[in-house]
Design a protein around this ligand. Structure first.
Ligand code: HEC
Ligand code: HEC
Length: 265
């Protein structure tokens, strides 16, 4: 009997050890800034599309809006017939690139202009990888390595890293000159999901009701680690808030937002 118990205990410990090992091998999803993918000059279109797919389901944050309900258009087959009907005289490749970098230029009927400018969080190479992935949804990949500007030619600073205080010339973050909290909420795309007065979208909790109800420390943590807590009543949409605001905002900008939301208006 004792032997059997011991054997079972050993099996349990062994199994736990294996799973812990495996868990440690899986990269942590939380706190992930889009990884700096080194995309070489000899990358093939198929490799680009594969990198794009990883970004699409992962660090790009696209699935926060696309593929779920009706907030954003379904992208299945986007490069087949859809692309051709969107903008007269604009090729599919150019249209997809524009959708990711200047989403405001053409807003599809029936949708709100909430799609973020992806240059804020992704490098040029990563954006082209996403275009390749999207072209692969029903069309032919015509993106090649030649479309990707050489490293350093603007925008290619996806992994500027560090929390706050980035803001150098190559930072993908929000212009450090902006310090007005309401302007910051607009520039950081917060209003794509939160309401402030007449502005914004009521996907997450309203900013109007936050003042006086939430401590500054809680608000700061909610912005830097959106998955640390889930606002009551918003369980269904937990996980949609992007996790990279800490890298886009300078420390001063973050504090300006926190003070404002905590009720110091
Ligand atoms: C905050 C929500 C949101 C996020 C995040 C988002 N999008 Fe969008 N996207 C939209 C909405 C809404 C539209 C339609 C309105 C418009 O045209 O801007 C759209 C439009 C598009 C279009 C044009 C589709 C068409 O049928 O013409 C493409 C392509 C696209 N998004 C790709 C992406 C990719 C790739 C990502 C991730 C890197 C992404 N989006 C992230 C909301 C979002
Ligand atoms: C793509 C959508 C999206 C964007 C963009 C977004 N949020 Fe959120 N946010 C949410 C959702 C959904 C929740 C509620 C679920 C949760 O708590 O995780 C939330 C929760 C919060 C909370 C906690 C509220 C509470 O009462 O617990 C704060 C604070 C917050 N967001 C601030 C911001 C700020 C500031 C920005 C811009 C820098 C921002 N959010 C951008 C979707 C978003």
């Amino acid at each position: 009997m004792l032997r059997t118990n011991l054997t079972i205990l050993l099996i349990v410990i062994g199994t736990l050890a294996v799973y812990t090992g495996v868990a440690n091998m899986i990269p942590q999803v939380a706190s992930e800034v889009p990884e700096e993918t080194t995309i070489g000059a000899d990358v093939t279109p198929d490799e680009l599309a594969a990198i794009g797919e990883e970004l699409y389901v992962g660090a790009g944050g696209c699935t926060a809006c696309h593929g779920l309900g009706t907030r954003a258009p379904d992208l299945v087959g986007v490069s087949g017939t859809t692309c051709a009907t969107r903008r007269e005289g604009v090729g599919c490749k150019e249209y997809l690139y524009e959708s990711l970098t200047e989403p405001g230029v053409f807003v599809i009927d029936g949708f709100q202009p909430i799609m973020p400018d992806m240059r804020r969080i992704l490098s040029e190479a990563q954006i082209w990888a996403l275009v390749a992935f999207l072209q692969n949804q029903g069309g032919e990949i015509t993106v090649t390595a030649a479309d990707i500007p050489p490293e350093g030619a603007g925008g290619a600073a996806a992994a500027a890293g560090g929390t706050g205080g980035t803001g150098g010339a190559t930072s993908p973050g929000i212009d450090t000159a902006v310090t007005d909290p309401v302007e910051l909420l607009r520039a950081s795309t917060c209003l794509a999901c939160h309401q402030l007065g007449e502005e914004g979208v009521a996907l997450g909790p309203s900013f109007d009701e936050m003042a006086g109800r939430q401590e500054a420390e809680y608000i700061r943590r909610s912005i830097l680690l959106p998955n640390a807590d889930t606002a009551g009543g918003f369980e269904a949409v937990a996980g949609t808030m992007p996790m990279n605001f800490g890298d886009q905002l300078s420390a001063a900008q973050l504090e300006a937002i926190v003070r404002f939301l905590a009720g110091d208006r």
